[in-house]
Design a protein around this ligand. Structure first.
Ligand SMILES: Nc1ncnc2c1ncn2[C@@H]1O[C@H](COP(=O)(O)OP(=O)(O)OP(=O)(O)O)[C@@H](O)[C@H]1O
Ligand SMILES: [Mg+2]
Length: 241
C-alpha cells in the first residue's frame, strides 16, 4: 500500500465523502488525517457548456502549507477559491475539506454591497461578537495590516491600497484555519507589500495565495499550484516560483 492510500483513507474518514478502494487497509486512527485539509479529486467545472475552467483536477493541500496559486488572467484562480469555499459547486468530482476547519477569503476586490458600510459594520458582518470584543479584534487585525481605520468611516472613502488592507483584515478577523488570499498585493505600496510579506512569513496556519508578484511569492510560499489555462489542469510544483 502506498502513502497516498494511507492519506486518502484517513482523510476521507473525517469528512462526508466515502472513498472505497479494494487496495485500502485499516490503519491506526490519527496517523495522517490531520495533515490533509483540502483535497480535490477529479474535479471539473465550467460556467458555460464546453468552456471548461477545471478539467478533472486533483490536488491536495496539507495542514500548515503556504502555497501559491498561479495561472494566467482568466485561468480560473478566483473561481477555484470559490469552489474551495463551497460558494460554487463543481460539475463532477469530489471536494473534501476537513469539516473541522474554517476558511476565510480576502477577495480580489471589495464587494459592491460592502462599499457603503462603515468600518464597524464591515467587520461585524464577518465576526458576529459583542461590540466590546469586536472593537478589540478590529484593533488587532487593523494593526496586523498596518492601517488606521476609524470605526465610523465609510469603506468607499478608503483608497484602493487601504481597501486591500481592509480585505485582508476582514479575513484575519475570522481567525480561519485556512486563509485564501486573492491577489493581496494589488494596490499595495512597497511598504504595504513588505509588511504583508513579514506578516505571512510569521503566519502559522494554512494559506493559499494568488499573486503575480514573484518576489512576494518566493518569500512566503513553499510550493506552487499552477492552473493551466489550456489544459484546465492543476499541477503542483514544490519549491519557489
Ligand atoms: N460568475 C461568472 N459567470 C460566468 N463566467 C465567469 C464568472 N466568473 C468568472 N467567469 C469567467 O471564468 C473565467 C475565470 O475567471 P476567474 O476570475 O476565476 O479568473 P482568474 O484566474 O482569477 O483571473 P485574474 O488573474 O484576472 O484574476 C474567466 O473567463 C471569467 O470571465
Ligand atoms: Mg482572479
Amino acid at each position: 500500500m502506498c502513502v497516498k492510500d494511507y492519506e486518502l483513507l484517513h482523510f476521507f474518514s473525517l469528512i462526508d465523502y466515502t472513498v472505497i478502494s479494494d487496495r485500502m487497509e485499516i490503519l491506526p486512527r490519527g496517523f495522517i488525517m490531520e495533515q490533509m485539509l483540502i483535497r480535490f479529486n477529479d474535479v471539473s467545472f465550467e460556467f458555460a457548456h464546453n468552456k471548461p475552467i477545471l478539467d478533472e483536477v486533483s490536488f491536495s493541500v496539507r495542514s500548515g502549507a503556504k502555497i501559491t496559486l498561479m495561472g494566467q488572467n482568466g485561468a480560473g484562480k478566483s473561481t477555484l477559491f470559490k469552489i474551495i469555499t463551497g460558494m460554487i459547486k463543481p460539475i463532477s468530482g469530489q471536494i473534501s475539506v476537513n469539516k473541522n476547519m474554517t476558511i476565510a477569503t480576502a477577495s480580489q476586490v471589495m464587494a459592491h454591497e460592502d462599499k457603503d458600510l462603515i468600518i464597524t459594520e464591515f467587520f461585524q458582518k464577518r465576526c458576529n461578537v459583542e461590540s466590546f470584543e469586536l472593537k478589540r479584534q478590529m484593533s488587532q487585525v487593523l494593526e496586523a495590516v498596518n492601517l488606521d481605520a476609524p470605526g465610523e468611516k465609510i469603506i468607499s472613502s478608503f483608497s484602493g491600497g487601504q481597501q486591500a488592507r481592509l480585505l485582508l483584515a476582514s479575513a484575519l478577523i475570522q481567525n480561519p484555519d485556512i486563509l485564501l488570499l486573492d491577489e493581496p498585493t494589488n494596490n499595495l505600496d512597497p511598504a504595504g507589500i513588505e509588511h504583508l510579506m513579514y506578516f505571512l512569513m510569521c503566519y502559522e496556519k494554512t494559506c493559499i495565495v494568488i499573486s503575480h508578484d514573484a518576489d512576494f511569492l518566493n518569500a512566503i510560499t513553499e510550493g506552487v499550484l499552477y492552473l493551466d489555462t489550456y489544459t484546465h489542469k492543476v499541477e503542483y510544483y514544490a519549491g519557489n516560483y
